[in-house]
Design a protein around this ligand. Structure first.
Ligand code: HEM
Ligand code: NAG
Ligand code: NAG
Length: 502
């Protein structure tokens, strides 16, 4: 700036020049300071008003992977008016979610989150005293279905076995006369029936219209939440007609209809001994009946799409990797025999099946990013300061493909999880991240593992999956809260006379 000071042009008072220079330097200093203060975190340049929304475009995951390569494990993007921090890699993510569990336990106050479960959703509400209580109740409810030898647990397993054996029959008829089929719909209905049996003590036919509508809504919900609704980061989009607003209004509608449906079921079934009974028996905990409804609605929403997606991938992978399928069949035939169906008691002898389930979770990472978190106070991760109330995306997929943790992360190999004695290596399975970690960790993980084990053990015991020889199976997917395989067709031949569960 020195040159202006020696300015000798007449008519301009030196004092004025000095003032202007001073102001200019002050402004420059403030700008630089702001640059440092506001952009402590690495990340791409953000445009005013929209931030990086335009750059993300239609395929957010592709762009994200470029950004992670360029800016490292903790980086920041700007969507609309929100700074969003993206966490990548095993080390940074565990440091955040486990060592700083309270600081990362919040949820953003997105408008779309307030539309879920009549505004009382536990899953989508931020960290608070009431949230803690709500989560505790939901957890103790689910514990009844997974704790050893309880009657509810047996009933739950019975539901899964019933749905799995029905699936065998449906797959068989869909494969008649050498046909190939997509198992997606049948799997969704089966998973939905397990969770509805849990919540309402009732199952539905595969062609039930009311039920089909419910399934459609849950699926659409996942698409909207997963795509990251633009309205959440640019609320002004709600104020005039535009395509984004239309999607958002549809989302509100969808949630209202879904929640009305749940409420009418809960009212009808208040007296039954299913999950609702368990929740309300918890008694005077300061939560209202509205919380029972929202708990049921949370559990159905969380437990349906995830389980059916997992099974969908499992079927695809069985057909894609015939050697792995053969090893699974041989293991099950050896440990269980052909005269009865597998049960939960067989689980420890069927380590290779659990290994297959874990490898699918790791390799596909079908819940690639958790539900968005937000910080409850300022916090430092990987040496970088993240301010309070920052939206945080946690990339689970990057944990599951972290080259520092995994040998050949891009190879599908279930046996990586077995030790020399053929037992499941717990240290390795604990490195897989699909249920998240810390204060927001999925509360349905135990139930999910039981359900996946029983479904798969029975399907593999009873069926042989084959791909259509004229069509290669690829692993392309649609992007949402869960990744779903694009259309594919397989056949499922019976491996003998079908057995009925006990
Ligand atoms: C393979 C199956 C499943 C997977 C992969 C899965 C994964 C997840 C993930 C990634 C989250 C978000 C965690 C976060 O935001 O950090 C979550 C939350 C949740 N899950 Fe699951 N889940 C599965 C099954 C289930 C089942 C069967 C239930 C219940 C019956 C369930 C109930 C919940 C609930 C209530 C939450 C919200 C927790 C909170 O916000 O505090 N999930 N799950
Ligand atoms: C998450 O990690 C995977 C694998 O490292 C990467 O391909 C993907 O783009 C990442 N996503 C985000 C949101 O950073
Ligand atoms: C699926 O992915 C493969 C590459 O793995 C690609 O060649 C193919 O065109 C994709 N198919 C579809 C339908 O997107």
């Amino acid at each position: 700036c020195g040159r202006t000071e020696t300015d000798d042009s007449g008519g301009v008072q030196p004092a004025l020049v000095a003032t202007l220079v001073f102001l200019f330097c002050l402004e420059a200093c403030l700008w630089v300071r702001n640059l440092r203060l506001k952009r402590r975190l690495p990340g791409p340049f953000a445009w005013p008003v929209v931030g990086n929304a335009m750059q993300l475009g239609q395929m957010p995951h592709i762009t994200f992977s470029r950004l992670a390569k360029k800016y490292g494990n903790v980086y920041q993007i700007r969507l609309g008016g929100n700074d969003i921090v993206v966490l990548n890699g095993d080390k940074a993510i565990r440091e955040a979610l486990i060592e700083h569990s309270t600081e990362f336990a919040g949820r953003p106050d997105f408008v779309s989150f307030q539309a879920v479960s009549g505004g009382n959703s536990m899953t989508f509400s931020s960290y608070s005293k009431q949230w803690k209580m709500h989560r505790k109740i939901a957890q103790s409810t689910l514990r009844a279905f997974s704790s050893a030898n309880s009657q509810t647990k047996r009933a739950f397993e019975g539901h899964v076995v019933a749905e799995a054996t029905e699936l065998v029959g449906i797959f068989h008829s869909l494969s008649a006369e050498g046909r190939y089929f997509n198992p997606g719909h049948a799997l969704t209905v089966a998973a939905a029936n397990v969770i509805c049996a849990l919540c309402f003590g009732k199952r539905y036919g595969h062609e039930d219209e009311e039920f089909k509508t419910l399934l459609g809504r849950v699926e659409k919900f996942g698409e909207t939440v997963g795509a990251g609704s633009l309205v959440d980061v640019m609320p002004w989009l709600r104020s005039f007609p535009n395509p984004v607003r239309t999607i958002f209004l549809d989302f509100l509608d969808l949630n209202r209809q879904y929640f009305d449906f749940i409420q009418s079921k809960v009212v009808a079934d208040r007296e039954t001994d299913a999950i609702i009974g368990v929740i309300e028996a918890e008694g005077n905990t300061g939560l209202t009946e509205a919380h029972t409804d929202s708990t049921v609605s949370d559990l159905i929403g969380a437990g349906l799409d995830t389980i059916s997606t997992a099974l969908h991938w499992n079927c695809l992978l069985l057909a894609k990797y015939p050697d792995i399928q053969t090893r699974l069949q041989e293991t099950i035939d050896r440990e269980v025999g052909r005269d009865r169906l597998p049960t939960m008691e067989d689980r420890s002898a069927l380590a290779y099946l659990d290994a297959f389930t874990y490898e699918t979770m790791r390799y596909i990472s079908y819940v690639p990013v958790t539900i968005p978190h937000s910080t409850t106070s300022d916090v430092t991760v990987d040496g970088l300061l993240i301010l309070k109330d920052t939206v945080v995306f946690v990339n689970q997929s990057s944990v599951n493909h972290d080259p520092l943790t995994w040998k050949d992360p891009h190879v599908f190999d279930p046996s990586r999880f077995l030790d020399e004695d053929g037992r499941l290596d717990k240290d390795l399975t604990n490195n897989v991240m699909i249920f998240s970690a810390g204060k927001r960790r999925c509360i349905g993980d135990q139930i999910a593992k039981v359900e996946l084990f029983l479904f798969l053990a029975i399907l593999i015991h009873q069926c042989h999956f084959e791909k259509n020889p004229s069509q290669d199976l690829h692993l392309n997917y649609t992007y949402g809260l869960t990744l779903k395989p694009l259309d594919y067709k397989i056949s499922a031949k019976l491996r003998g006379e079908p057995l009925i569960g006990t």
